[in-house]
Design a protein around this ligand. Sequence first.
Ligand code: C2E
Ligand code: CA
Ligand code: CA
Length: 396
Amino acid sequence: MSSTDKIVLIDDDRVVGEIVSGLAGSMGLQCAVTRTPDEFFRHIGPETGVIILDLVMPEMDGIEILRLLGERQCKARIILMSGINIRVIETAKKLAQSLGLTVVGHLQKPFPIPQLQQMLTANFSGEKPDSPQKEEQLEIPDEDLYRAIERKEFVLYYQPQINIATGVVTGVEALSRWNHPQLGLVFPDNFISRIENLGLMDNFCWATAERALDEVRQFSRINGHLPRLAINVSVSSLRDLKFPDIFMNLARKYDFPAERIVLEITESGLMEFSLALDVLTRLRMRNFQLSIDDFGTGYSMMKQLQNVPAIELKIDKTFVMHMHSNHADLVMVEKIIEMGHELEMEVIAEGVETDEQLRMLRERGCDGVQGYLFSRALPPDELVEWLQNYRAQKLH
Ligand code: C2E
Ligand code: CA
Ligand code: CA
């Protein structure tokens, strides 16, 4: 470790403290979380690399702290943070600079965790934090995407969801794949955001929903049981106030009860979407089920969560995959389960790959699991076969 490798945070909000120390821990960085100025100044020293400072606190405001840091000729890099107006943060930044301090960034609450992660990575670049490797993106021209939508080259794979206590398959999640004529099977990370940027998401969303309702209805004809169907919905589609009615008509067309349909909406999407909670409420009034996907990656939702009429939280797989070796990730998993249950939601963990992860989740009261330990997402015919074999296994 270098000599300036420590983060010191001051914020009176306990949740922010937990999130920041969890993130720092997962990046292999040390972080002291403090809530009062006294505590804060006890931790500040030559080894302090980064200071994260909340500007508005009850005991002493952040401006006062900046002044004292200036007097001490503090050399740490400072990240300012606040829920207040961005202009105020910018003024504080100028003031800090005039005191000889180095401000390397500011975060307006609620901020997405990846934004803070990026700042920390940039400021500890010597440390090589183990951020997840991004797979290389394929270079696909726009015309290919237009053609794919027109010619219906997208298909759906289905991943089973299992009740952790009983082992019963409770549902399936539909995940899109692109059968590209030259490239073969292309995964969603290569096309979902592109479709979004080209303004084709509505079209894609309805085609996906219709295909999923049709195919899952067909499985139920084969094995007599209609699994709950989870569909990923982009927040941009939900901006349309007619979304609930269009979906309702589609569900009727396939004789699919709305209460068997779960719409998965990402937590980060919901953050942008806070103004349009009415669409979510209307969906709930029509009995559609809502699930908050990738939960834990954007902390701001924790405060708003009680206003969202969701029935389920999905713990993001990055926490699940490292919880056995990384204490901070385990703490996140535990907190999400606790919080979900307090709000009377079911909690599902995704990315479960090992028996050990399954055991840890079961012991902590998680309700459902999804992951390679049971099955990858499968094309419809293979899913039907898997479901038949799985049920046969459970009978023994
Ligand atoms: P997601 O909704 O969080 O889906 C879970 C992803 O984790 C899927 O990746 C799934 O294949 C993968 N996964 C499941 N179990 C495991 C496991 O045990 N280990 C690991 N390493 N991975 C596991 P996939 O299919 O590549 O989808 C990526 C993302 O693309 C999805 O993340 C979802 O946000 C988005 N997406 C997929 N299909 C659609 C769609 O039809 N519409 C929209 N709007 N988004 C979609
Ligand atoms: Ca999902
Ligand atoms: Ca996820």
